[in-house]
Design a protein around this ligand. Structure first.
Ligand code: DPN
Ligand code: CA
Ligand code: ZN
Length: 312
């Protein structure tokens, strides 16, 4: 092993020495950063603590939801984001969408990335959808930390009341002035990206607005050389639906919910055939124990890959 390491280091040094400085600097500046798994896990622990301190959930209309919004907003504000909290009413309770804009970039070419922040009332919602929420938060914080200076404008969103029927994201899209809507060139959705018996699914562009195929392909390429992916038709089951209905290209990632992993999928991805991708889907056991760290890490890195690929 020491021999291999030394040889590799020598090769790397030689390569760097032979390439002109500018040729090295330019691709490095565009490359997506590695997203820290431990930071994403730490955001999940915080969401778990918020649920535990608020009756065991982070559901629409409950204290744990608003506490989740407040926590993310304070982290994003501190990192330099321009945040906004949009209120709506659903089922007799006030709900909230949180958006965070990274200052700069061409606002006429806005890229949006989002996921829902609410859980069901049955549990803390750590895979569904603490995972997407935490991954997006860490990508946002990493962009800030690395002084991301994209050509396009970037907006992150955490939706309320998804579990009541995609209420928050639908409210957002329906209340966007049409001039604002036409500035949004892509919406990427991350709902359940750390399933305990994971699959690696990319939203299929089939039946989605034109422009969605490029997003599908970008997300597929984020996993090339990492793990095989499959396409999935999530239809109207998550927050990309309202964007798609208004003609905005959409894409997304998913590691599976109540459906059982097939034996072919278990051979490809590991895990257990005949068992749901997420046995704790919409249950009280959707805690920090209900997360596959490898899936969470790969998907968080894929979010960054897609953002840098689209917006840089
Ligand atoms: N919309 C998800 C939920 O919050 O329950 C489940 C889901 C996500 C299903 C993505 C399919 C695709
Ligand atoms: Ca990583
Ligand atoms: Zn969900």
């Amino acid at each position: 092993m020491p021999f291999t390491k030394t040889a590799l280091a020598a090769t790397t040094l030689l390569a760097v020495a032979l390439v002109p400085a500018q040729a090295v600097a330019s691709p490095t500046a565009l490359a997506a950063p590695d997203i820290s798994l431990s930071n994403v896990q730490s955001h999940l622990s915080t969401l778990q603590s918020i649920a535990t301190a608020n009756g065991g959930n982070r559901a629409h209309g409950r204290a744990g939801y608003k506490a989740s919004v407040d926590h993310l907003k304070s982290r994003l504000d501190a990192a330099g984001y321009t945040t906004a909290v949009q209120q709506f009413t659903s089922n007799g309770a006030v709900g909230y969408n949180l958006t965070a804009d990274w200052p700069g970039g061409d606002v006429n070419n806005t890229i949006m990335l989002g996921g829902h922040l609410d859980s069901v009332t049955a549990g803390p919602g750590i895979n569904d959808n603490g995972s997407g929420s935490a991954g997006l938060l860490e990508v946002a914080l990493t962009a800030a930390r690395t002084n991301f200076a994209p050509t396009k404008h970037v907006r992150f969103a955490w939706w309320g009341a998804e579990e009541l029927g995609l209420v928050g994201s639908t409210y957002y899209v329906n209340n966007l002035p049409s001039a604002e809507r036409s500035r949004i060139k892509a919406y990427l959705n991350f709902d359940m990206i750390g399933s305990p018996n994971p699959g690696y699914f990319v939203y299929s562009a089939s039946g989605q607005p034109s422009g969605s195929l490029a997003l599908q392909q970008l997300l597929q390429s984020a996993f090339s050389g990492v793990v095989a992916t499959e396409l999935t038709s999530v239809g109207g089951r998550s927050d990309h639906a309202a964007f798609a209905r208004s003609g905005i290209p959409v894409g997304g990632l998913f590691t599976g919910a109540e459906v059982a992993k097939t034996s072919a999928q278990a051979q490809k991805w590991g895990g257990t055939a005949g068992v749901a991708f997420d046995r704790c889907y919409h249950r009280s056991c959707d805690t920090t124990a209900n997360i596959n760290a490898t899936a969470l890490d790969r998907n968080a890195d894929a979010i960054a890959f897609a953002l840098w690929g689209l917006a840089a």
